[in-house]
Design a protein around this ligand. Structure first.
Ligand SMILES: *[C@@H]1O[C@H](CO)[C@@H](O)[C@H](O)[C@H]1NC(C)=O
Ligand SMILES: *[C@@H]1O[C@H](CO)[C@@H](O)[C@H](O)[C@H]1NC(C)=O
Ligand SMILES: *[C@@H]1O[C@H](CO)[C@@H](O)[C@H](O)[C@H]1NC(C)=O
Ligand SMILES: *[C@@H]1O[C@H](CO)[C@@H](O)[C@H](O)[C@H]1NC(C)=O
Ligand SMILES: *[C@@H]1O[C@H](CO)[C@@H](O)[C@H](O)[C@H]1NC(C)=O
Ligand SMILES: *[C@@H]1O[C@H](CO)[C@@H](O)[C@H](O)[C@H]1NC(C)=O
Ligand SMILES: *[C@@H]1O[C@H](CO)[C@@H](O)[C@H](O)[C@H]1NC(C)=O
Ligand SMILES: *[C@@H]1O[C@H](CO)[C@@H](O)[C@H](O)[C@H]1NC(C)=O
Ligand SMILES: *[C@@H]1O[C@H](CO)[C@@H](O)[C@H](O)[C@H]1NC(C)=O
Length: 652
């Protein structure tokens, strides 16, 4: 064996010795694509196969792009020079690369080249150019863009431009998409983009723009101005149809609703994280130039947003919204007004918002909420958490024919028994055939009455954080086949008198942070896979419950309970066997027969046997002592008799 090993080693060594010297090209060739990335190259390899289409030289150490080598590869369509150290480009080098369509020069040192004030020359056929992360200052991009007739897609992301001049894009008039994200743009000169008749996407996010007035780029489809310092956005007042579909104004300092193009087809408007206090389009003190049909100056936005699908005004300071604000938003599907200061919200039949699918009013200061009949007919998800809702019309949610999710946590609601004849400040959650998700956690709920959810096929029910809640025996009646997740965490429950095993599809149960001393018995229909029993008063689990759980349980949390190590060996066995995952096992302790706290994973049979052997010892001692006494007594009696016999014989 040792001999053959040496033989193989010698052979391998010989083969290596006779290999031809390493190939001149370290690159990987896959059909017409050549990958020379991450190779510490200082120059472009010169013996690549002819006719290559794609050349990836990213993440190398190239510094100078000179004619000699590159000019050979005229067939290249896609040249990737991302993450090199390029600081010099021989002017005119790209002129001869007549097939080059995609050129990636991102993450280089092109500011050094631009400082030489030389043009790269004509980008004959380049359609997509990436100049991101090159430390370019204002005006430096000109040296790359002066003669780029085919350029459609340009990225200048992550540079240091402060101003866009009228001339900046003059040499690249075919541009469709410009990315100027993450610069320090303060100023855009009039006419900088107007000549780009095909421009459809403009990303100016993360800059320092304070004000857009006379917005005139009717050709744009997407305008991203998020993360600037905008205080004003105003379109020019002309009868031109704008193509704009997406307008992102998130994270600015806008105090008034923007003045949008008069004729627009806007679908998506994000105004979140601004300083809106309402939907006034200007300061009421100052006359607005925006007039409605009657020629009256309007102060509240009532613009044509008839194509709008998505409106996000979350994280502002809006106190109230006039209902006519939504008048023309017939197609609106998503409305997010979370994290504002609304005290009330109502939907009336004049503005029924019947296309709305998602309504988020969470984290406001709402006390009142009303939806009239035949409104919100498409609503599926309603977010109302973090408000002050207490007394609502009891059938307010039952009237929503497509409601699927109700997020009502952190309010002060009360649950009605099914089909209340009269409402007494409670809200009904029964007979809602589309409802699947309901959270009523942290509502100071006192009772969950019987049949509370009857006729509502809930899959998820969250009742956590209602300390002292009393759950009626038949509270979950009607959820037998639908419920899969139930949370009763942090409720101060001392017992649970509902039979969880009738909920035959229940797989996820959270009973943590309660005061349960026992689990309700489970029968074999139970299908619980995840059970959280952390922080209760459990000493053990019933033998039969353990038998049922063994068949289905995958994950169990059981730490922070006064468990006994020995009272149910089957439970101990389940915990110690590896087929149930116990993520908190390291902190699950129990008391052994000597009342010593030990980690449950370390419990051995001996810990529980000690009690038996000790009593056995006592028993042995007792039995032995009794036996000894008996023997002694018998011996004494015998002795006595003998003596008597002796004496009698003596007498005789
Ligand atoms: C790059 O070109 C400059 C002059 O243009 C020259 O000084 C320098 O040595 C060249 N560097 C490399 C790595 O070829
Ligand atoms: C434009 O360029 C960016 C980055 O270079 C790229 O991710 C994107 O796919 C390109 N888009 C088109 C339409 O070529
Ligand atoms: C704009 O796009 C159209 C269609 O793609 C094209 O014919 C036209 O030449 C482009 N305009 C410019 C200025 O490149
Ligand atoms: C706008 O840009 C930000 C990045 O700054 C991005 O997260 C957001 O998705 C963009 N918005 C749109 C509508 O594309
Ligand atoms: C708006 O743009 C059009 C061309 O798109 C131009 O004719 C008009 O003069 C511009 N108006 C202003 C006020 O810049
Ligand atoms: C909005 O305008 C109305 C008058 O149209 C005025 O009463 C109200 O105070 C204004 N709200 C804000 C926040 O400026
Ligand atoms: C509403 O906006 C907030 C904050 O931007 C966000 O966290 C939440 O997910 C949004 N709501 C919906 C339903 O998308
Ligand atoms: C809420 O409604 C009650 C009566 O239903 C009314 O007294 C109260 O003023 C309303 N609160 C708000 C903020 O509209
Ligand atoms: C159990 O939960 C209560 C309430 O959250 C907490 O105060 C206590 O520290 C927890 N006990 C343990 C042992 O984790």
């Amino acid at each position: 064996m040792g001999a053959s090993f040496w033989l193989i080693l010698v052979v391998v060594n010989d083969v290596a010795a006779f290999m031809p010297p390493q190939q001149s090209s370290p690159c990987e060739v896959v059909q017409m694509d050549v990958f020379c990335n991450d190779k510490n190259l200082r120059s472009i390899p010169d013996k690549l196969p002819p006719g290559i289409k794609k050349l990836d030289l990213s993440r190398n150490l190239l510094q100078n792009l000179t004619q000699e080598v590159l000019a050979v590869y005229t067939s290249v369509h896609h040249l990737n020079l991302h993450s090199n150290k390029i600081n010099f480009i021989q002017p005119g080098i790209f002129k001869t690369l007549t097939n080059l369509q995609v050129l990636d020069l991102s993450r280089n040192n092109l500011d050094a080249f631009a400082a030489l004030k030389k043009d790269v020359g004509r980008l004959t056929s380049v359609e997509s150019l990436d100049l991101s992360d090159n430390g370019l200052y204002t005006g430096m991009s000109d040296y790359f863009l002066r003669d780029a007739p085919a350029l459609m897609n340009l990225s200048l992301d992550g540079n240091s431009l402060t101003k866009i001049d009228k001339s900046t894009f003059a040499g690249s008039s075919a541009l469709k998409k410009i990315n100027l994200h993450n610069n320090v743009i303060l100023e855009i000169k009039e006419g900088a983009f107007e000549s780009l008749s095909n421009l459809s996407e403009l990303d100016l996010s993360m800059n320092s723009i304070t004000c857009i007035t006379d917005f005139n780029l009717s050709q744009l489809k997407l305008l991203n101005l998020s993360k600037n310092s905008l205080e004003l956005f105003q379109a020019i007042d002309i009868d031109t149809e704008y193509e704009l579909l997406y307008l992102d104004l998130r994270e600015n300092k806008i105090p008034y609703f923007p003045v949008l193009p008069k004729m627009n087809r806007l679908m998506y408007l994000d105004l979140s994280r601004n300083r809106l206090r309402g939907v006034n389009i200007s300061d009421t003190a100052e006359e607005s130039s925006f007039k409605d049909q009657d020629g009256l100056s309007k102060s509240i936005s009532q613009q044509d947003l008839s194509q709008l699908l998505y409106l996000d005004m979350s994280f502002n300071q809006i106190r109230s919204l006039p209902s006519f604000f939504f008048d023309r938003m017939m197609l609106l599907e998503t409305l997010n007004i979370s994290n504002n200061c609304l005290e009330t919200f109502s939907v009336g039949h004049e503005t029924p918002l019947n296309s709305l699918k998602t309504l988020d009013l969470s984290f406001n200061a709402m006390q009142n909420l009303s939806f009239e009949h035949n409104t919100l007919l498409s609503l599926e998800s309603l977010y109302l958490q973090g408000n002050y809702l207490s007394s609502l019309d009891s059938s307010i949610f039952s009237r929503l024919p497509h409601i699927r999710e109700l997020h009502l946590q952190q309010n002060y609601l009360t649950i009605c028994e099914s089909q209340p004849q009269v409402s007494h400040g409670c809200v009904s959650f029964s007979s809602m055939p589309t409802l699947q998700y309901l959270s009523l956690s942290v509502n100071s709920l006192e009772v969950v009455p019987q049949y509370a959810f009857y006729g509502s096929p809930l899959q998820v029910l969250d009742l956590a954080g209602n300390p002292g809640i009393s759950i009626h025996k038949y509270a979950f009646w009607g959820l037998e086949t639908s419920l899969t997740l139930l949370t009763l965490k942090e409720n101060h429950l001392q017992s649970l008198n509902t039979d969880l095993s009738v909920l035959i599809n229940l797989r996820f149960v959270d009973l943590s942070i309660n005061r349960l001393t026992s689990l309700p018995l489970l029968n074999k229909d139970s299908s619980i896979e995840f059970l959280n029993l952390r922080n209760n008063s459990l000493v053990t689990l019933e033998y039969n419950t353990v038998v049922v759980l063994e068949g289905t349980l995958k994950t169990l949390y059981v730490s922070s309970n006064p468990l006994s190590c020995c009272s149910n060996p089957r439970f101990l066995n389940m915990v110690q066997a590896s087929n149930v995952k116990i993520p908190d096992l390291a902190s699950v302790t129990c008391l052994d027969s000597k009342n010593v706290e030990i980690n449950i994973a370390n419990v051995l049979q001996d810990h529980c046997k000690t009690l038996d052997s000790k009593s056995l010892n006592i028993l042995i001692v007792v039995v032995t002592s009794v036996g000894l006494i008996v023997v002694l007594v018998v011996a004494f009696k015998l002795c006595h008799m003998k003596r008597r016999r002796h004496s009698s014989s003596f007498k005789a």
